[in-house]
Unconditional design. Structure first.
Length: 102
């Protein structure tokens, strides 16, 4: 596992510990993520594109519009105390019935 120190320069797209409330549900979250630009553009309302959408709300928006989040998820980041841990998706199990467009 590679460990970065902030003095080495911060990698693009990785949470630096600053977490804001979700623009949809207003909950505070310690999880950040990276998704494809295609998904973000297709499902996030224009008023929220430059803001924060928590992972739960993003998944709801994706399903409402026929997308599987797992097809577009690049990483999930847990932001703890003085440390951000990056998780990369490996396996997805689909259950329930969704009309998937992408």
């Amino acid at each position: 596992m590679k460990i970065y120190d902030i003095s080495d320069g911060w990698p693009c797209g990785i949470s630096d510990g600053l977490t804001l409330n979700c623009g949809v549900c207003d909950k505070h979250t310690n999880y950040d993520y990276n998704v494809s630009d295609e998904l973000w553009e297709a499902i996030v309302p224009k008023a929220l594109k430059r803001g924060v959408v928590c992972l739960d709300c993003l998944d709801n928006l994706a399903k409402e519009r026929g997308f599987l989040l797992s097809h577009h998820l690049i990483s999930i980041q847990f932001t703890g105390k003085c440390e951000t841990i990056v998780f990369k998706p490996d396996i997805s199990f689909i259950y329930g019935r969704y009309q998937v467009v992408n």
